[in-house]
Design a protein around this ligand. Structure first.
Ligand code: ADP
Length: 622
């Protein structure tokens, strides 16, 4: 209590003589000023306490409206803050003691009080009340703490046990106080509490010590324990306090994190692609197993070294690394990884920056894909294509040479059979005339086939140059060429506006001629042919179509009719060699386009072909 403070005192006293005496004694006080309020009855005092607080209450237990310990009980119930000092008569000391037991700060016997004693009692009561309040606050803190706060003696006997301890371990204070702390030890930690106590005795501090404890229900709980020595006022070590925190949740989260990390790590290790993280300084931070095997270096050798050392072109590797920082990502960047023993692995790199929680870029994550096999496959494919081109060329040469050379003897056969026909018809018997007809027919047919084959073999190699070609004009030429057949068969030919394309003009004439003459040839018996030619512009190509109202084709023959000498009819039904569509398709393929048919048996056919728009696509196909 600060000196010379003003102390507000409420005095319950119905005897004016005693009141005067107390006032007199208080005036003599050298330590404080006072303000005294005197009430003569309990009721009056209680009313006053409702709206006014005092520093101390002097209470005479014998009042007109209340007597004995009841007086104290009533006042104490109404007022917790102020310390209460009991004033008793000489004969009533027992009641005073009783009141002190129930929370009064002191009792004074009227008639034996003198001013120093009163002054000391008031001061002492106020201080003690304050100290009690502080203790109460600490006690409340201890009780409301989520942590277990326990005191135990050196032999491990539990002396105090808060609510937190009850929550964590399941024992109430009543059932565990006085028992040994070892009750909380699980079998695997037997003797641990004793060892910890020994350490404290030796002056060691134990902070955040993580262990397992046994709860009342026999379950185990993860706790973090801090042990501290407790000293008495003389500085002597008297007990040990334990604060235990339930860390089950934290342990579970840690366990989960550990599992997640293990899972991620397994994924990384399982990857067949070499994975690397590189710091901003270009040094390797982490690698997976694949990286070890592709470089021939162990993880320890790799970590901390410059990543670019492991490439055949370190400069290029550094460039791509810079590029990742600039663009955040890099896709399919081709590099070659060096193995310690000298092998080289071609890879495609995908890399991106990675960041910390504050979004700060802290490095580059790079994944390489071994493309050795792909490269080998590409190489193989290239070889096959070259081989194919070569054999294709040889085949064409062969077809060309044979068909060319066959023409010569064939011409001789044809000429001489025609000579025989002219000279000896009707001069031999009927059979002979018929035989001669067969030979002539077969010779002509063979001639046509060989010519067709010759043309076919020359589409790729002996074609003309590709140049701007007006297909509408070109159609005019074709219709002119086919004029006789058109007239004879009463054919109606219509067409849309046709485009200018880049093409080999004479081959396109051949193509249109084949398609239109087929459309006439494969007409229905009872209908005049109607043919319509159109073209529309697609995204990358023109799509032409030649539609007729002829006999149509069954779907299973849609591919077959484009093969060499493949026909769906005998030459008696419809004359022809079966090479026209093969030539047409080859012409279109040479122009970089495609050809197909759509038809329904008995319902006409539409032949489609495409010619690319882009001249660059028009590489000559051989
Ligand atoms: P050819 O006309 O000499 O028989 P092609 O190669 O031109 O040979 O045609 C192959 C076969 O495709 C023909 O024999 C015929 O059966 C069928 N074909 C072609 N064009 C048509 C068409 N417009 N309508 C019906 N069938 C057709």
């Amino acid at each position: 209590m600060d000196n010379l403070e003003t102390v507000e005192i409420l005095l319950f006293e119905d005897n004016p003589g005693d009141t005067g005496l107390i006032e007199f004694m208080l005036e003599e006080s050298t330590d404080f000023f006072y303000e005294l309020k005197n009430v003569e009855t309990l009721n009056e005092g209680l009313k006053l306490l409702k709206y006014h607080s005092f520093d101390v209450i002097l209470l005479d237990l014998g009042l007109p409206d209340s007597d004995g310990i009841e007086t104290f009980i009533e006042v104490n119930r109404k007022c917790h803050e102020a310390p209460i000092i009991i004033l008793t008569g000489l004969t009533d000391e027992k009641t005073g003691i009783n009141a002190v037991k129930r929370g009064a700060q002191d009792y004074l016997v009227k008639g034996q009080v003198e001013s120093k004693l009163l002054e000391r009692s008031i001061k002492y009561s106020i201080e003690r009340k304050k100290a009690e309040e502080k203790i109460q606050i600490f006690a409340n803190i201890v009780e409301s703490s989520d942590d277990a706060i326990i005191t135990k003696s050196f032999d491990g006997t539990i002396m105090s046990w808060n609510n937190g301890a009850e929550r964590i371990y399941g024992y109430s204070a009543d059932e565990i106080t006085g028992k040994s702390i070892s009750i909380l030890e699980s079998d695997i930690f037997k003797g641990e509490t004793k060892r910890l106590i020994e350490k404290i005795k030796e002056g060691e501090r134990i902070r955040h010590y993580e262990t397992l404890r046994l709860r009342k229900d026999n379950s185990l709980i993860n706790v973090s324990i801090t042990l501290s020595p407790v000293f008495d006022t003389s500085g002597e070590l008297v007990a040990i306090s334990t604060i235990a925190r339930d860390i089950t949740e934290r342990k579970r989260a840690e366990e989960e994190l550990k599992l997640a990390n293990m899972y991620n790590r397994s994924l990384i290790e399982a990857s067949l692609d070499p994975l690397v993280t590189i710091g901003p300084d270009g040094k390797i931070n982490d690698v997976n197993y694949s990286t070890e095997s592709i470089t021939g270096h162990t993880r320890d050798e790799l970590i901390g070294t410059d990543f670019s050392d492991y490439f055949t072109e370190p400069e290029k590797a550094r460039e791509v690394y810079q590029q990742v920082f600039q663009d955040e990502k890099v896709f399919n960047y081709a590099l070659e990884i060096k193995h310690r023993k000298g092998y080289v692995t071609p890879v495609l790199y995908n890399a991106s920056v990675y960041r910390d929680e504050s979004e700060e870029v802290i490095g580059v994550f790079a994944a390489a894909r071994d493309i050795t096999e792909r490269k080998q496959a590409e190489e193989k494919l290239k070889e096959i294509i070259e081989e194919l081109e070569r054999s294709n060329y040889e085949l064409q040469q062969f077809a060309y040479i044979t068909s060319h050379d066959l023409q010569e003897p064939l011409r001789t056969i044809a000429s001489y059979t025609q000579l025989i026909e002219r000279r000896y018809r009707n001069k031999l018997d009927d059979d002979a005339d018929e035989f001669i007809d067969f030979i002539v027919e077969a010779a002509v047919r063979m001639k046509n086939m060989i010519q067709g084959l010759l043309y076919y073999s020359r589409v790729g190699t002996k074609g003309g140059e590709l140049k701007s070609t007006n297909t509408e004009e070109l159609l005019g030429i074709v219709l002119y060429n086919l004029n006789a057949a058109i007239k004879e068969n009463n054919v109606t030919v219509t067409h849309d506006k046709l485009p200018v394309v880049v093409a080999d003009e004479s081959q396109l004439i051949q193509l249109f001629q084949n398609l239109i003459s087929n459309a006439i040839k494969f007409k229905k018996d009872d209908e005049c042919p109607i043919i319509h030619i159109s073209a529309y512009k697609g995204k990358n190509e023109y799509i032409f179509s030649v539609a007729d109202n002829g006999i149509g084709i069954e779907p299973q023959y849609f591919n077959r009719i484009f093969e060499v000498f493949k026909r769906l009819h005998t030459s008696v039904e419809y004359e022809g060699t079966g090479i026209g569509l093969s030539i047409s398709k080859r012409i279109i393929e040479r122009h970089g386009g495609k050809m197909w048919v759509e038809s329904e048996s008995g319902n006409g056919s539409t032949f489609y072909f495409t010619i690319p728009l882009n001249q660059l696509d028009l590489k000559l196909k051989t």
